[in-house]
Design a binder for this molecule. Structure first.
Ligand SMILES: Nc1ncnc2c1ncn2[C@@H]1O[C@H](COP(=O)(O)O)[C@@H](OP(=O)(O)O)[C@H]1O
Ligand SMILES: [Mg+2]
Ligand SMILES: [Mg+2]
Ligand SMILES: [Mg+2]
Length: 389
């Protein structure tokens, strides 16, 4: 497989995107002011937990996401990296999807038995004789990760706790056990995404990003990042699966740019999930000269939230696709708490109160630092208006 480096220089900032032999995304951006600011304040998790709003939910969500991330990584090591796959075989990601959803849902059930869950997956493909082979693999996988062994029925039931319809009243979780399934199979970026919605608003989000570099100035250093945000408490990054329970958290913030011509934008790797052409036209209107960085999954939100990139563009590829709440819940609050804004193509905030999808929104998702968000939305509107002429 080919590898290459792309080195970009643009005055105040420099960004370097390196595609290793495995084509795993990593990047470096030197922005002394922003980065040293990020490193200044860090505090142990335990001091954060004691008194704050949603403290228990935060700790449980981190535990669940870390556990599911381990499940996904073990599947990747056993099934994908061992090259036992035929080219279009999607079964490892399927096993990991179901396994991770069962693990997260059973941890949530243990601590918050009353809370319903809107999860991406359901167990219908795992039933009966037809589903036996897959079911057995999933049950085996789940039992490598849980303290108390789970029967086949318990695993199926745990997966199906994710069937809640969502809505505007009360509280529920939303889970994407693997977001960026295509990235997962390529050994690139994917994320385990969990968010808590109360009365239609996301209040807590956790993103487990096993392949994301921990530090943007250490390209070949450690990978595996967990991002967490609670409403009103800021957004933080910590190492994923850290050994110590006293893991230090570092506050994250969007980059402080005033002019979009300095911006780096990011978009999905998959042209079916975002219109690369529309995104490029928007970038032109914003005088952006750097090529986009392409990343799978909600790791895009993570990259913008910690200042590795400035704008996330997800322009619809079809008028019929409706975005799902589990694809944006965790990323949405992490961006907000990091000083960013998120909206649809009209700039309206994402509405998580409409059920399992973002059907109350106008399509697409745009995220950027609050300072430049309105300018980005104007460029989106201009591009879409030109297209419809
Ligand atoms: N036509 C479409 N437009 C936008 N998103 C789509 C899409 N078809 C599938 N998706 C979603 O895009 C997600 C991945 O986004 P990205 O390309 O940014 O990594 C998928 O999540 P899963 O991988 O969890 O299924 C899937 O839900
Ligand atoms: Mg997804
Ligand atoms: Mg998924
Ligand atoms: Mg999917």
């Amino acid at each position: 497989m080919s590898s290459g480096n792309l080195l970009l220089s643009h005055g105040r900032l420099s960004a370097r995107y390196r595609y290793s032999a495995q084509r795993v995304f990593s990047l470096k951006r030197t922005d002394k002011a922003t980065f040293s600011n990020q490193l200044l304040v860090s505090r142990p998790l335990s001091s954060h937990i004691a008194t704050t709003y949603l403290a228990k939910e935060r700790a449980v969500a981190i535990e669940a996401v870390e556990c599911a991330s381990k499940v996904c990584q073990s599947v990747f090591k056993r099934l994908v990296a061992e090259e036992t796959l035929t080219k279009n075989d999607k079964s490892p990601v399927t096993v990991a999807d179901f396994g991770a959803q069962a693990v997260v849902n059973s941890i949530l059930e243990k601590h918050f038995p009353q809370d319903p869950i809107v999860g991406e997956e359901d167990s219908k493909d795992l039933h009966g004789d037809q589903g036996r082979a897959l079911r057995e693999k999933v049950v085996e996988l789940v039992n490598t990760a849980t303290e108390t062994p789970m029967s086949s029925d318990e695993v199926l039931r745990a997966i199906d706790r994710g069937q809640y319809a969502g809505g505007s009243k009360g509280r529920h979780w939303t889970l994407d056990p693997i977001d960026g399934t295509k990235g997962f199979l390529r050994g690139e970026q994917f994320a385990v995404c969990l968010a808590l919605i109360i009365d239609g608003k996301v209040r807590l989000g956790v993103l487990g990003c096993p392949n994301l570099p921990c530090q943007m100035d250490k390209l070949d250093g450690e990978r595996g990042v967990l991002m967490v945000a609670v409403e009103g408490q800021g957004a933080f990054q910590r190492r994923l699966n850290a050994k110590s329970s006293e893991e230090e958290e570092t506050p994250i913030h969007v980059a402080d740019i005033a002019d979009t011509k300095e911006a780096i934008f990011c978009e999905s790797v998959e042209s079916g999930h975002t219109s690369h052409g529309d995104n490029a036209n928007i970038a032109k209107l914003l005088n952006i000269t750097k090529p986009p960085i392409r990343i799978d999954s909600q790791c895009k939100y993570a990259a913008v939230a910690r200042g590795d990139a400035d704008i996330m563009l997800r322009l619809p590829t079809s008028s019929t696709y409706v975005e799902k709440i589990w694809d944006h819940g965790a990323g949405n609050i992490i961006m907000h708490e990091a000083g960013g804004r998120v909206g649809d193509i009209n700039g309206n905030p994402l509405d998580f109160s409409a059920g399992r999808t973002l059907s109350a929104n106008g399509g697409g998702v745009i995220a950027a630092s609050a300072k430049i968000f309105d300018v980005v939305i104007s460029a989106v509107q201009t591009t879409l208006a030109q297209k419809s002429q």
